[in-house]
Ligand binder design. Structure first.
Ligand SMILES: Nc1ncnc2c1ncn2[C@@H]1O[C@H](COP(=O)(O)OP(=O)(O)OP(=O)(O)O)[C@@H](O)[C@H]1O
Ligand SMILES: O=c1[nH]c(=O)c2[nH+]cn([C@@H]3O[C@H](COP(=O)(O)O)[C@@H](O)[C@H]3O)c2[nH]1
Ligand SMILES: NC(=O)CC[C@H](N)C(=O)O
Ligand SMILES: [Mg+2]
Length: 514
């Protein structure tokens, strides 16, 4: 699916690597992230139009520091180094990097000192976001500095003849003024890429990919949750193979109020005929009984999903494939994107499938971010109720329940989640947040209801804003809305005596509690 104008971002563990990929895509150039130490052959095999070397936590002179294959710098490709990437270029090509006596963190004034395609249309002075302790103290042969920071440190450098550019600051973060222009200048002026990519433009290629994978005779199962990812994957697969597509929707007993009816209605609406609804709630809930560890719960659910899919598949003749709505962040967060990144959570659809899974997995959306999937869904004509639906994790309410999943906690989670969603809709704020939900804690709080002591549960309400679920900020919820939600949950949901609001961003938290 790679076209000529792909930008590959070599990841050295930077905090903002994903933002670089997103910004580049927003500018109309397809981009992907690769491990920073990928070999020159692996990089060139993907026929990139340009490379970006990301930031990273290490010092270039640290013996453990990740390094690019040096031949990459000689391959003649346009390169932009950012922060650690900037330092790597200097270090490898014969310049020098030193521990700076003055670290620069946060907003820093930048002075443009030279003529540079990178700085075209950018004022001679602007504020940029810095986050570094090392500094390039000597540039390699043939490089010149084009900007300095307020402390006189090199902030941008280049060797235009070799089409190698580097910046010490982070053009990809919103706090850097003109960061977008600088990236745009790199892509279109320095690297001469042509742009014009948008997520919708990938629809034909995605349909093509599904047709090719499944072949002219093949039949596939598509696991659908009703979320925008799997609905979009199903519609793409349906375009590709028509009624050779069978959709399976599983009730694992961890769904929200009204969800079964809603999803079946939505499936009917997109014209998919072969729908298999499986009520497997007893099977899932009994397997989860007494299991408190979050990762263990996820892995059990992943395994049971796979078993149910295999059962359904074996009842339909000729099914050899499973189409899933896996998206890019699912793979990244499950630690599947490259070496050295940590597995944060086992998203059931990535890490949960058993090694000997009997069906071949087909994932048309595997390289897209959520907002890009939404753009595709809109383009495909899916209804706004699907396009705008908040993400709901595959393991369902199990990840919104601390400790073991009991019927008591499930009932609380179900009611409390319904109240949160209803009130966000009523306040006109459903579309303003990435997600809004309630989680049920194991801990208790002493309450007093109708003059009687009641040892009740704690429910945590969480609402976040986010672009892609990779990072998130807690939503500054209006107090009136929080008051209504809190009052309704504590009054209407038996067994709850405390409602709290989660005021931590991601990082350091994640969005869902488990
Ligand atoms: N109840 C379910 N029945 C069948 N398949 C499911 C179910 N829940 C999840 N899946 C499968 O797991 C995949 C991942 O779930 P995930 O929640 O990430 O995506 P989604 O539900 O499609 O979208 P969203 O993130 O918007 O909820 C889905 O795309 C689908 O293939
Ligand atoms: O399909 C999914 N399977 C999962 O196992 C899963 N866990 C979390 N999520 C959703 O992913 C986004 C990031 O969540 P976290 O910050 O909690 O990791 C949030 O939007 C979460 O709702 C999941 N989606
Ligand atoms: N953000 C970065 O890439 C930091 C690079 C390097 N670790 C430094 O501290 O200078
Ligand atoms: Mg979902």
């Amino acid at each position: 699916m790679i076209t000529l104008d792909t930008v590959l971002i070599l990841d050295f563990g930077g905090q903002y690597t994903h933002l670089i990929a997103r910004r580049v895509r927003e500018l109309g150039v397809y981009s992907e992230i690769m491990p920073g130490e990928s070999s020159v052959d692996d990089v060139l095999a993907r026929r990139p139009g340009a490379l970006v070397l990301s930031g990273g936590p290490r010092s270039v002179f640290d013996p453990e520091a990740p390094r690019p294959d040096p031949r990459i710098l000689e391959a003649g490709l346009p390169i932009l180094g950012i922060c650690y990437g900037h330092q790597l270029i200097a270090h490898i090509m014969g310049g020098a990097v030193h521990r700076s006596p003055r670290a620069e963190y946060g907003r820093t004034r930048i002075h443009v000192t030279g003529e540079s395609a990178l700085m075209d249309g950018v004022p001679r002075e602007f504020s940029a976001w810095m986050s570094h302790g090392d500094v390039v103290s000597k540039l390699p042969e043939g490089f010149s500095a084009t900007a300095v920071s307020e402390s006189g440190l090199i902030a941008a450098a280049e060797s235009p003849g070799r089409r190698i550019y580097s910046v010490q600051f982070h053009p990809e973060v919103a706090h850097t003024e003109h960061g977008r222009e600088i990236l745009r200048n790199f892509l279109f002026r320095a690297a001469g890429l042509s742009g014009g990519w948008n997520p919708g433009s990938r629809i034909p290629a995605m349909v093509e990919y599904v047709s090719r994978e499944i072949g002219p005779e093949g039949r596939a199962l598509c696991a659908v949750s009703g979320g925008v990812d799997s609905m979009t994957a199903a519609v793409i697969a349906h375009r590709a193979i028509g009624d050779r597509l069978h959709v399976v929707f599983v009730d694992h007993g961890l769904l929200r109020e009204g969800e079964v009816e809603g999803v079946l209605r939505a499936l009917d609406g997109v014209g998919i005929r072969n729908v298999h609804f499986v009520d497997a709630s007893d099977r899932f809930l009994s397997a989860l009984s007494g299991v408190a560890d979050p990762e263990e719960k996820r892995l059990i659910i992943g395994r049971l999903f796979a078993e149910v899919f295999e059962d359904v598949a074996s009842g339909i003749s000729g099914i050899g494939y499973l189409v899933q709505g896996t998206i890019y962040p699912d793979r990244i967060e499950s630690g599947a994107s490259g070496r050295g990144s940590d597995r944060i959570k086992s998203h059931h659809n990535v890490a949960g499938l058993p090694e000997k899974f009997g069906l071949r997995v087909v994932e048309p959306l595997r390289d897209l971010y959520k907002d890009e999937v939404r753009a595709v869904a809109r383009e495909l004509g899916l209804p706004e109720s699907v396009v705008g639906r908040h993400p709901f994790p595959g393991p369902g309410l199990a990840v919104r329940i601390e400790g073991d999943v009991t019927r008591e906690k499930l009932a609380i989670a179900r009611r409390a989640n319904a109240i949160v969603e209803e009130e966000f809709v009523r306040a006109g704020l459903y579309g303003a947040v990435w997600q809004a939900f309630a989680a049920v804690m194991d801990s208790t709080w002493v309450g007093v209801k109708g003059d009687r002591r009641e040892l009740g549960r704690v429910v945590i309400v969480r609402a976040v804003t986010s672009e892609d679920g990779m990072t998130a900020d807690w939503f500054r919820i209006p107090h009136d809305l929080l008051a209504t939600i809190s009052k309704r949950i504590s009054e209407e949901v038996p067994g709850v005596v405390m409602v709290a609001y989660a005021a931590t961003s991601k990082p350091p938290s994640t969005i869902e509690p488990c």
